[in-house]
Each structure stands twice: as C-alpha cells, then as structure tokens.
Write a protein that binds this ligand. Structure first.
Ligand SMILES: Nc1ncnc2c1ncn2[C@@H]1O[C@H](COP(=O)(O)OP(=O)(O)O)[C@@H](O)[C@H]1O
Ligand SMILES: [Mg+2]
Length: 313
C-alpha cells in the first residue's frame, strides 16, 4: 500500500473546518502507521478505511448554495458549557457584527474567543441562545449552507504533499479546480506574485514534506488563499498570525485589511496592535462582552484592554 495522507484530504475537506482541526492528529497517525508498517488487525482495518477511494457522490465537491450574508451576524444570549464540564464558558453573550466590518475579539487566554468563533463556524452548538445570519436562525438544516460562505484560517496551515494549486483549492478534485478562482484567491492573499516569480513551477510547484520549503509567512498566506478560494463572505482568523514575527504579521494583516468592505473579517490576535485597523473590537470578560469600540476608544477608556495591550506588546 502506498497511500498518502493526501489521499484523505477530500474526506477531511468534507468535514469543513473540523477537518482542519483533525489534520495534525491524523497526519501523526498516518506517519506512525506508515513507519511501523502494521499490516494486520485493527490498525489495518482503520488504515484501509481511511484510505478507501472517496466516492464522488459524497465528496467535498458537492456544491451547496451559500446562505446569503448581507446585513449582520448576531449572537443572541449565547450560553456555552463544554460536554463533561460544569464551567459556563459563555454566559448570555450578545454580539452583533455588520456585514463588511473588520472585527477584533480580545480577552485573556481562556476567555472564550475560540469558543465564540467555533460557534460561528458551526463546530460547536450553543447550549442556549441563537446564531442569526441576517434574519435567518442557523440550525442543523442550513448549517452547511452557512459554512459554504465561511473561510477559516487557523494558527498553523497544514500543507499536503501536493502542488500549490491543490493546496489552495484544498480538497477539490484536480480536474474540478477552477484556476481563475485559485489565482483570484492568491492575489487577495498577496502571494500570487511570489508563486509566479519565485517558485520553479509556479502553481504546479510541489510543496509539503517532499516539496519546497516555505516560510511561516508564506504558509499563512497560502492558508488565507485557501480560505478565500470559495469566495466566502465571512473570513475568520483565529490566532492566524500569532506564530509569526511582528513584521511578517503586519504585512499579512495588510492583505487582510485590504479586503475590507468586500468581506466581513473576524480576527483573534495575540498582539492587540494587530487590531488597530479593525472597525470594532469586542472585549471579552467572564463569558460575556464587557466593552466594544475602536482600538483608540478602548485604549483610552478600558483598563482591561490597556492591560492586555501592555502584556502582548
Ligand atoms: N474541549 C474542551 N473541553 C472543556 N473545556 C474546554 C475545551 N476547550 C476549551 N475549554 C475551556 O474553555 C475556556 C475557553 O477556551 P477558549 O475558547 O479556547 O479560549 P481562548 O480562545 O480565549 O483562549 C477555557 O477555560 C478552556 O479551558
Ligand atoms: Mg483560542
């Protein structure tokens, strides 16, 4: 068997953003299975199952129509408790985001920032309260349509052992990739020129374990292009630039702020200075929104914000 981790990419993409989270773990499992070469018992069954050809009927290429997002996103009286936990992470949280705005979410580590975006991404279901897009309540039934309209950039971008173009049109069958859409996304992520001018085979250049090495900043830009490939109206960055040096972070954020008005963007960033250009920043405390304003407003009046700005300098 010569299955590659990349063979299950379409399957992972099917699980939308959950697949992005599973990747590091699965990549480790695949590495382990390959290296110990176990060809019997339960591991073998698992291995075969994961590497079974994916039938096109349930592949990620199935197109759902996007749920329109024209006016606003609303989190209404959201409560959230993790399973097997008693701690109320979000307690009567209310938040409204206008379409086209660039939004920052700040709060201490463990304040619930990731939990909020996971609810917006449909990875977590609130224990109580509702998520509205315009005037539509998000339910199990329309969740997939909503997810079609979302782009998500995590802290670490996992590249498959594939070409640049396949890594941008992630999980899409090779013959179904829309080259124009790929280039448009790469331009928005400000990595198109680099791909054309600096890579030996342009969009056909091999990346990943067996390909060329990319810097952290280049990987994140590829991740942004990946998130933009389906032309989502909402883009979510959860600590997407936190592992980069501040100069690289600033350059990447420039590309994000250039999307302003064309896309709604939610940014969770470790360094608060990253959020200076946001239209609005929400300050989280004790599972609720404590304050909300521009960077300048918050730095002038909010002690919590001032303290966070100081410790993340
Ligand atoms: N899977 C989980 N099970 C139980 N508790 C969790 C889980 N994930 C996060 N938490 C807890 O929820 C709180 C909020 O976490 P998170 O949303 O990740 O915070 P942030 O992103 O602001 O650092 C933390 O106290 C964290 O320990
Ligand atoms: Mg987090």
């Amino acid at each position: 068997t010569h299955h590659q981790f990349g063979d299950i990419m379409p399957l992972l993409a099917l699980y939308a953003f959950a697949g992005y989270r599973l990747m590091p773990g699965l990549q480790a499992i695949f590495g382990a299975i390959t290296s110990i070469k176990v060809h019997k018992g339960a591991l073998n069954i698992l291995y075969q199952d994961l590497t079974k050809p994916i039938e096109s009927t349930y592949a990620a290429n199935t197109q759902h129509s996007k749920l329109p997002f024209k006016e606003k996103l609303t989190l209404q009286n959201i409560k959230f408790v993790y399973p097997q936990s008693i701690q109320m992470i979000l307690n009567q949280l209310n938040l409204e985001i206008q379409a086209g705005e660039s939004i920052g979410i700040v709060g201490e580590t463990g304040a619930g920032k990731t939990t909020i975006v996971d609810i917006i991404l449909g990875l977590l279901t609130p224990s109580d309260g509702k998520l509205f897009i315009d005037s539509t309540v998000i339910t199990q039934e329309n969740m997939q349509q909503w997810q079609e309209n979302l782009g998500y950039v995590p802290q670490y971008i996992y590249l498959s052992d594939d070409t640049i173009i396949q890594n941008i049109a992630f999980g899409v069958e090779k013959n179904k990739i829309n080259r124009e859409q790929v280039e448009r996304a790469a331009k928005m992520a400000a990595i198109h020129k680099f791909i054309l001018n600096d890579l030996p085979y342009g969009y056909e250049t091999q990346v990943g374990e067996r390909g060329i090495r990319l810097s952290g900043g280049q990987r994140q830009r590829l991740g942004i292009a990946r998130a933009l490939y389906r032309d989502p109206q909402l883009l979510v960055l959860d600590e997407a630039t936190s592992a980069l040096d501040s100069v690289t972070e600033e350059n990447i954020m420039q590309a994000i702020y250039d999307l302003s008005r064309r896309k709604t963007v939610i940014i969770i960033a470790h360094r608060l200075s990253t959020l200076i250009s946001c239209d609005k920043i929400f300050v989280l405390e004790k599972g609720a929104v404590q304050d909300c304003g521009s960077y300048q407003e918050l730095i002038a009046r909010n002690q919590n914000f001032q303290r966070l700005a100081k410790i993340t300098k």
